[in-house]
Write a protein that binds this ligand. Structure first.
Ligand SMILES: Nc1ncnc2c1ncn2[C@@H]1O[C@H](COP(=O)(O)OP(=O)(O)OP(=O)(O)O)[C@@H](O)[C@H]1O
Length: 260
């Protein structure tokens, strides 16, 4: 069953059309990686689907509901979106930033403070930020800041997570920690994860499906096995990939040769 269905999505900046009449269905409770060349429209696609950019045309349904008819708080309970370079507010601590993730769950009549605090602490723990929780966001390294934003998205505790290049700035250990965490949220808490990734091996290892974007269109959308079998990634990136398999029969690629 699709949890997010996109029909006829077209989006532009000023007068230049970036996304051209896109139809797409994301499968509920699965991990989908969006890959494609620089400038192909991946971030624009994520923004337009997540509602942070107004499309020219098209409709997005989430769990059968027209996304544009949902109030901000309702949408935030269903979907958390972490853009590529979020603007960091000055003079707030990591813990304060993460607590913003609870906004959609708070209301005037019900005291949810204890539950909120528990989830905020869990998100800080999961992103290895407990020791830094009282540090100011303006004093952090790029990777620490990125982890704080991830923690905020996790604290939102929504069904779907939309993440744009979530591993940017992270060292290899934190990259794997975050990707393992996302996979476990998918497997144990049935979260639907949709993430733009540049690292093809991460996409092959951590996702169930891959969407390939090229020139503002969907070039392919398939399971890992078919994407690899049909040499889709070679065709789109024009790079020769040698495909190897790990002990769990998961494919990974080695590449150092361009296709002209
Ligand atoms: N705010 C903006 N204003 C105008 N043009 C933009 C803006 N953001 C992106 N673009 C243009 O839209 C096109 C698609 O950009 P987008 O960021 O969606 O691509 P991408 O596939 O995510 O790229 P990358 O892999 O480099 O992050 C590019 O040509 C880019 O220059």
């Amino acid at each position: 069953m699709a949890c997010i269905s996109v029909q006829g999505l077209t989006a532009s900046y000023s007068k230049s059309k970036i996304l051209d009449n896109i139809d797409l269905e994301f499968i509920q409770k699965k991990v989908t990686a969006i890959v494609g060349p620089n400038g192909s429209g991946k971030s624009t696609l994520l923004k337009a689907i997540a509602g942070s950019m107004k499309p020219d045309q098209g409709i997005v349904h989430i769990n059968g509901q027209n996304m544009h008819s949902l109030k901000k708080k309702e949408l935030a309970k269903i979907l958390a979106f972490l853009p590529q370079s979020p603007e960091t507010p000055k003079d707030i601590t990591i813990e304060q930033l993460v607590s913003y993730g609870r906004y959609s769950h708070q209301n005037l009549f019900k005291n949810t403070k204890f539950e909120d605090k528990k989830i905020i602490d869990w998100a800080l723990q999961a992103t290895d930020l407990i020791q830094l929780s009282q540090s100011s966001m303006s004093e952090l390294s790029g990777g620490q800041r990125q982890r704080a934003w991830i923690a905020m998205a996790l604290a939102q505790n929504s069904d779907c997570l939309f993440l744009d290049e979530v591993t940017t700035y992270l060292d290899i250990r934190h990259q794997i920690e975050i990707l393992n965490l996302l996979k476990s949220l998918n497997q144990e808490k049935s979260k639907t994860i949709i993430m733009v990734l540049h690292d093809i091996n991460h996409a092959l290892h951590y996702s169930d499906y891959i969407v390939v974007v090229k020139n503002g269109k969907i070039f392919a959308h398939d399971c890992i096995e078919s994407i690899v079998e049909n040499k889709v990634l070679e065709n789109v990136f024009k790079v020769k990939f040698k495909v190897l398999y790990d002990e769990n029969k998961k494919p990974f690629i080695v590449s150092n040769e361009l296709i002209n």
